[in-house]
Write a protein that binds this ligand. Structure first.
Ligand code: KG4
Ligand code: ZN
Length: 361
C-alpha cells in the first residue's frame, strides 16, 4: 500500500482518457505523485489519412484500453482495484465513439469494485493540470489551446470557470494542423510546424517574404479567429507552388505563421490580463497558465512568458508531456473533485460530444 510521510495511506485515483487519438490511463495520489502514466498514441494509424478518423480511433481505443489499464495497475503496484479511492474518466467533449470506450471501462471498474466514479470534462482536465504539476492556487488566468479549443478562462475554483474569450472559427491547434497539411508536413501538424519553423535562421526576412495576417490584433476583446490565417497560408502555398518550395522556404513560412499566432496570442492575453485585474485588483503576482496540446509550443510559451512578466503575472506551464492529452490530467481532475468532497457521478452518466467548460459544476 502506498503511504505518505505520516504512514497514512495515500488516496489514489485512476484516470482514463480516450476522447481523441490517445488512449491514456494514469494513477495519481492526493500528494501529487504519478504512480502510473501510460499513453498509447494512435498517430501511425491516423497518419495514413492525414488526420484523426473517428471510427479508427474508437476501434483502437477498444483494442488497447484493457492492456493499458492492467499495466497502469502493475506500474502503480496496486494489486486490486478496490485499493483505489475513485475512478475518473473523460465523459466529453470529444469524438464520441472513443469517449464511450473509456467511459464503459471506467463504469465497469467502478461497478464491480464499488468505487466512486467522476465523469470529467476533458477541458477541466487541461485546466486543472497546472495545480498538480506546479501547485498553482485559485484563481488564475488560463489559456487553453488544443486541437478543438482556444479559450481564455478565469479558473475561480473546481467547477467555476469564466470564459473571457474564445475562437470565432478554427481552434489554434486545428490551424497548426491545417497549416502543416497545406505545407505537406503531415500529421500531427503542430509539432511538425514547430520543428520546421525552428530551421528558419532569419525571422525578419521570413515575415517579409511570407506576409501573413494577425487576426483580431488590436481588437477590444479576448476572442480569436484563425480561419483567415489558414486561408492566407493556403494562398502563399498556391503562389509559391508547393512542389517548387524549398525546405528553406517552408521553414520561413512556418516561422512567419508561428510569429503571427504568437503576436495574436500575446495581444489577446494582454486584454484578458486587464479584465482579470479588474476582477481581482489586489492579487499579488497571479498566475497565467497555458495548457492543452498547443501549450507544448516553445515559441508560444516564450511569448506568454513575456506578457506575464510585463504585467507582473507568474507564467506557468505544465511539463510538455502533461500539456498534450494524457491520463494524469483526468485522474487529477477526479482527485480534485474527491478532495473537494464533490459528489461522485451516477453510474448511468451520459457521454457528450460537446460540453462547454463554463457549464461544468
Ligand atoms: O490537447 P491536445 O493533445 O488534444 C486536444 O484536446 O485537442 O491538443 C492537440 C493539438 C493538435 O492540434 C496539435 O497539432 C497541437 O495540439 N500541438 C501543437 C504542438 N504539439 C501539439 N501545436 C503547436 N506546437 C506544438 N509543439
Ligand atoms: Zn486535449
Amino acid at each position: 500500500m502506498v503511504q505518505n510521510k505520516n504512514g497514512k495511506a495515500k488516496m489514489k485515483v485512476l484516470g482514463i482518457e480516450s476522447s481523441c487519438d490517445e488512449t491514456a490511463v494514469a494513477i495519481v495520489t492526493d500528494t501529487k505523485e504519478i504512480l502510473a502514466n501510460l499513453i498509447f498514441s494512435q498517430v501511425d494509424e491516423h497518419a495514413l489519412y492525414g488526420g484523426v478518423v473517428p471510427e479508427v480511433a474508437a476501434r483502437s481505443h477498444m483494442k488497447h484500453i484493457t492492456a493499458l489499464t492492467k499495466q497502469a495497475m502493475l506500474d502503480a503496484n496496486i494489486t486490486d482495484f478496490s485499493e483505489l479511492d475513485a475512478v475518473a474518466v473523460t465523459a466529453g467533449p470529444g469524438l464520441i465513439g472513443g469517449v464511450m470506450v473509456g467511459a464503459m471501462m471506467a463504469k465497469a471498474i467502478a461497478a464491480v469494485h464499488g468505487l466512486p466514479i467522476y465523469a470529467i470534462n476533458h477541458l477541466e482536465g487541461h485546466a486543472l493540470m497546472a495545480r498538480m504539476s506546479n501547485d498553482v492556487a485559485f484563481p488564475y488566468l488560463l489559456l487553453l489551446a488544443s486541437g478543438g479549443h482556444s479559450q481564455i478562462i478565469i479558473v475561480h475554483d473546481i467547477g467555476q470557470y469564466t470564459c473571457l474569450g474564445t475562437t470565432k472559427d478554427d481552434a489554434m491547434g486545428e490551424c497548426f494542423d491545417k497549416t502543416a497539411k497545406l505545407i505537406g508536413l503531415g500529421y500531427p501538424g503542430g509539432v511538425m510546424v514547430e520543428k520546421m519553423a525552428a530551421k528558419c535562421s532569419d525571422i525578419d526576412t521570413a515575415i517579409k517574404e511570407f506576409i501573413l495576417p494577425k487576426p483580431m490584433l488590436g481588437r477590444d476583446n479576448c476572442d480569436f479567429s484563425f480561419s483567415g490565417l489558414k486561408t492566407a497560408v493556403r494562398r502563399q502555398v498556391e503562389i509559391k507552388q508547393i512542389e517548387n518550395m524549398s525546405d528553406e522556404e517552408k521553414s520561413m513560412l512556418c516561422a512567419s505563421f508561428q510569429h503571427s499566432v504568437n503576436l495574436v496570442v500575446k495581444d489577446r492575453l494582454k486584454n484578458a490580463i486587464i479584465q482579470f485585474r479588474k476582477i481581482f485588483p489586489n492579487m499579488d503576482s497571479p498566475s497565467l497558465v497555458v495548457s492543452g496540446g498547443v501549450a507544448a509550443n516553445k515559441t508560444l510559451r516564450q511569448g506568454l512568458k513575456e506578457v506575464a512578466t510585463e504585467h507582473d503575472f507568474q507564467f506557468t506551464a505544465p511539463p510538455i508531456e502533461l500539456c498534450t492529452d494524457n491520463g494524469v490530467m483526468i485522474a487529477w481532475a477526479g482527485m480534485e473533485r474527491l478532495l473537494a468532497k464533490k459528489p461522485a457521478d451516477k453510474l448511468d452518466f451520459a457521454v457528450v460530444p460537446r460540453w462547454p467548460l463554463e457549464s461544468v459544476v
